[in-house]
Ligand binder design. Structure first.
Ligand code: URA
Length: 237
């Protein structure tokens, strides 16, 4: 697969497409040792691209684990709101970052932020069933029959039947662990609403086989190493 040089660089740096074009025209970019002058030159997988003498890695996608606080929205851009992307420090910022999956404004916990559209598609695809694990705090204590109802597939208020899900009790009868393999809008809250209960707080603990790092405080994030990225897709239900 090939890409235009300006797009290729734009996807792997923090420069805008316009800046990248100017940078290329000023002779700061070399492809396979030769100064590149055309933004529309084609770049393939085997080409070595250098900017100001530094090699830019070809497949340099980034995967960031964020512990989302309340009050922050899970979109890339919202002029009137603080977004998960606003929480990414400058040194990790680059073009094309987006949250792979949404949490509600009042939900806390693990949000994966990446610039890798294919990977995001894989973990969000309903056909792949990457498990998302949540801790839900309930208004009313868990009742007998909840686990069975989750296993059988909860029917939501609009008639949608959910896939089988796990519900696990904790020492606190108002706190439960929920493991879902699909991601419908407000799903956890709607599942409990259809049982006549109400979720007062929701926190995402894990995506696939990767748990939120307990050392990350709310609002903090860090880059994942490749072994951690693989753990995300390891666990499919
Ligand atoms: N289910 C919800 O209801 N809200 C979330 O943020 C995530 C899952």
């Amino acid at each position: 697969m090939t890409d235009r040089l300006d797009k290729w660089l734009c996807d792997r740096t923090t420069f805008s497409r316009k800046d990248v074009k100017a940078i290329i025209r000023s002779g700061r970019v070399k492809v396979n040792g030769e100064t590149a002058s055309r933004p529309d030159a084609h770049i393939g997988e085997a080409d070595a691209v250098m900017l100001d003498g530094k090699l830019i890695a070809a497949n340099q996608h980034i995967y960031i684990m964020l512990n989302k606080p309340k009050g922050v929205v899970s979109v890339s851009n919202a002029p009137d709101d603080r977004t998960v992307i606003d929480l990414i420090p400058d040194e990790l910022r680059r073009n094309g970052l987006f949250p792979a999956g949404r949490l509600d404004r009042d939900t806390t916990g693990f949000v994966l932020i990446t610039d890798d559209g294919e990977f995001a598609h894989r973990i969000l695809s309903p056909r792949r069933h990457v498990v998302k694990t949540y801790t839900a705090t309930l208004r009313d204590a868990i009742q007998n029959g909840y686990e069975h109802a989750f296993r059988e597939g909860i029917v939501l208020g609009d008639g949608t039947k959910c896939m089988s899900a796990d519900l696990v009790r904790t020492d606190d009868p108002r706190r439960v662990i929920v493991r879902l393999r699909e991601g419908r809008y407000h799903q956890v809250k709607r599942m409990f609403a259809s049982l006549g209960n109400h979720v007062t707080h929701l926190h995402r603990d894990a995506i696939g086989g990767l748990a939120l790092d307990p050392l990350l405080r709310e609002g903090e994030c860090r880059v994942l190493i490749p072994e951690e990225v693989s753990k995300i897709t390891e666990e499919e239900m």
